[in-house]
Design a protein around this ligand. Structure first.
Ligand SMILES: [Zn+2]
Ligand SMILES: [Zn+2]
Length: 396
């Protein structure tokens, strides 16, 4: 009885193939129905403006997999990034902290000489030994590069130099050639090794496990040596407003990354958020173009609805996101216009009273007296000025 009912439902839905159709009968097996909406994975598209003919690429420059201390494979990380709407992903395993390695060796023990042990797989609190690192640190990047061929997103090969957070800190070397020749007992020497490969170096989560953002001796050394190219002003749920100013002073690109170890579904989308993204303004998504854009500091940081960065670039981004259309002019010349947000991001505006929302792909009506400017601030955009939010005075 149950089976008959099921087949009736399947037959009925096959006849009406609409967008809502839940089942159809599989052409290769007449006794099997399929759920239409589960047939193929879909990518979420995040629509952002173009700025001066450049795209705004959505990037995550910091992520982990099972080949350091993450919970998923590099293949999954790539698929997840594609599904989340990213254009660019860097897989950046910890060089010196690979907590899953012991499990991998246990799993493979039948293949290995007796007594085989990991070397230097957790030196963040210990002195490194003379063996160097035995694991192939390129493995994860190589899998991701192969996997990304099926998704059309750009992988930046990277690695995270991972030392005691209170004194030295963590640094991503991006655009590396060979992860296995970067490690040195001295973290600054690791950075120089990465530089020899043409890598650029990002200072990760500068406030993590710190009591304040005062520079340590190590940071002063590597900053003054010119080894740092960029800095995370946002990492996971952390935001370091004061670093926005110092990034500008030190001529560093600003980034917002997930540093994801679990899944972005759990940490972001299940909670109703887009994942953290570094917006990179570039002509295309080729790896050399992306590298040039980072060196030119053409980036903004996005995290939990806040966009932060350099004032000029942030204003360009906002103005490219919206459009105005006047549809009424009264006898005193007062105009009413439709202000439209053409992006997937929400904006919080303040026209001089309480804040109002201009959510993704919505419009609201605004009025401007004759020959007056439309004046407002964007409260979910953050710039390093006293006002903290960009103010616009538009002659429309
Ligand atoms: Zn880190
Ligand atoms: Zn990390």
């Amino acid at each position: 009885m149950k089976k008959t009912l099921f087949l009736l439902v399947a037959a009925a839905t096959t006849l009406t193939t609409t967008a809502q159709s839940l089942y159809y009968t599989d052409s290769s097996n007449k006794d099997m129905a399929r759920h239409t909406i589960r047939k193929e994975p879909l990518r979420q598209e995040i629509i952002l403006p173009t700025i001066d003919g450049c795209k705004v690429l959505k990037a995550d420059l910091h992520s982990h997999t099972i080949y350091s201390d993450g919970h998923v494979t590099p293949e999954y990380r790539v698929r997840e990034a594609w599904g989340d709407g990213l254009d660019v992903l860097a897989i950046t395993e910890h060089i010196e902290y690979r907590s899953n390695e012991r499990n991998m060796l246990n799993y493979l023990k039948g293949y290995l000489p007796e007594g085989t042990q990991a070397a230097n797989n957790n030196i963040t609190g210990k002195t490194p030994d003379e063996k160097g690192i035995l694991a192939d640190l390129n493995h994860s990047n190589n899998i991701a590069l192969k996997s990304a061929e099926n998704y059309g997103i750009t992988i930046i090969p990277g690695i995270e130099i991972t030392r005691t957070p209170e004194t030295i800190g963590h640094y991503n070397a991006l655009f590396i050639e060979d992860a296995n020749t970067i490690y040195a007992a001295d973290a600054a020497e690791s950075m120089r090794n990465a530089r020899k490969q043409g890598a650029i170096i990002m200072h990760n989560h500068p406030g993590w496990r710190r009591k304040n953002l005062e520079m340590t001796d190590f940071e002063k050394q590597v900053y003054s040596e010119g080894l740092i190219d960029g800095v995370e002003i946002m990492n996971g749920s952390e935001f370091y407003p004061s670093v926005v100013r110092s990034a500008i002073e030190n001529k560093l690109f600003m980034a917002a990354n997930t540093d994801i170890h679990t899944t972005t579904a759990m940490d972001y989308s299940n909670q109703g958020h887009l994942r953290n993204m570094t917006f990179i303004i570039a002509k295309d998504a080729r790896i050399e173009t992306i590298k040039k854009a980072l060196k030119a500091r053409r980036t903004l940081a996005y995290s939990f609805g806040t966009i932060a960065g350099d004032e000029k670039l942030i204003k360009e981004f906002f103005l490219a996101s919206i459009s105005f259309e006047t549809f009424k002019t009264d006898k005193n010349g007062k105009r009413t216009m439709r202000m439209t947000n053409n992006t997937s991001l929400d904006y919080t505006l303040n026209f001089g009273g309480n804040p109002v929302q201009l959510r993704a792909f919505t419009s609201r009506n605004v009025t401007v007296a004759k020959e007056k400017e439309l004046i407002f601030t964007v409260e979910n955009m953050w710039i390093p000025t006293e006002e903290k939010h960009p103010q616009f005075k538009l002659k429309l």
